[in-house]
Design a protein around this ligand. Structure first.
Ligand code: F6R
Length: 247
């Protein structure tokens, strides 16, 4: 696992956007695993800025999102589908049919999880997976305790995750209790993984990911078993790590 320390959220986003653009330019049919949340928003903005300026084409790019809330309609402003179109897809030339996001309102949600897993299997895992990290070390919606061999599945969200995500909802009670997410084994199938972290609220999770045991108490620690992971973290996110290493 390679750690790239950067000074700020902006530098983290610039590094990530450059990395994604390199992939898109060297392989026009690249498959990208994408995340929602606050962390990658600026990265997506930079991709849009590049698209407007340099016309980098996404015509043949395929995307696979990590997760989606269960029970929220695709066109609901809090759905992850809505988020992705708002923050990226509406502003670049990716065809709608190349975009894949789990369907949170599928009538049989377990069947939907199986369909999504099969889809990712059919491409042999994504070429590049972008990840954020939860304050409790979750990746995707794989909360602490999730077995490492889990495939795309339905999860019950923890209080800490619901609290963290409530900033996007009018009321805490509106935050869904369940989601559909790529499993840890699904994420590990990715050929390359780029994990982004910024802010001191992530410092604990980053510390545990690098220095703690590889254990499902901290799902992100499993990334130490993958051959091709880059972590881009700003000064605040690595603050606990540095204390340990310097001291
Ligand atoms: C989002 C996702 C989550 C987030 C994580 C960090 O698709 O799967 O694991 O990456 O919760 O969220 P932010 O970036 O809002 O701190």
């Amino acid at each position: 696992m390679r750690l790239v320390k950067v000074r700020s959220h902006e530098e983290m986003s610039e590094f990530a956007a450059r990395h994604i653009l390199d992939k898109v330019k060297s392989n026009s049919k690249v498959s990208l695993g994408l995340a929602t949340g606050g962390t990658p928003v600026r990265t997506y903005e930079l991709l849009i800025e590049d698209y407007r300026k340099n016309h980098t084409s996404y015509e043949h790019v395929f995307t696979y999102n990590l997760d989606e809330y269960a029970g929220i309609a695709a066109d609901h402003p809090n759905s992850y589908r809505y988020f992705m179109f708002e923050h990226l897809f509406n502003h670049i030339n990716i065809p709608n049919e190349n975009v894949h996001i789990p369907r949170g309102t599928a009538s049989d949600i377990k069947k939907e999880a199986k369909r999504y897993e099969k889809l990712i299997d059919s491409i042999g895992g994504v070429d590049l997976q972008i990840l954020g990290i939860g304050e409790n070390g979750h990746i995707g919606f794989n909360e602490p305790g999730t077995p490492f061999d889990t495939r795309t599945h339905i999860v019950e969200l923890t209080e800490s995750t619901r609290q963290a995500n409530s900033r996007y909802f009018d009321e805490y009670s509106e935050v869904p209790k369940h989601a559909i997410t790529m499993g840890i084994a699904t994420i590990l199938k990715s050929k390359e993984i780029l994990l982004l972290a910024s802010g001191e609220q992530k410092a604990d999770a980053i510390y545990r990911m690098f220095e703690g045991a590889v254990s499902n108490d901290c799902p992100a620690s499993v990334l130490r078993t993958h051959q091709n992971v880059i972590v881009i973290a700003d000064e605040k996110a690595v603050s606990k790590l540095e204390k340990v290493r310097i001291g």
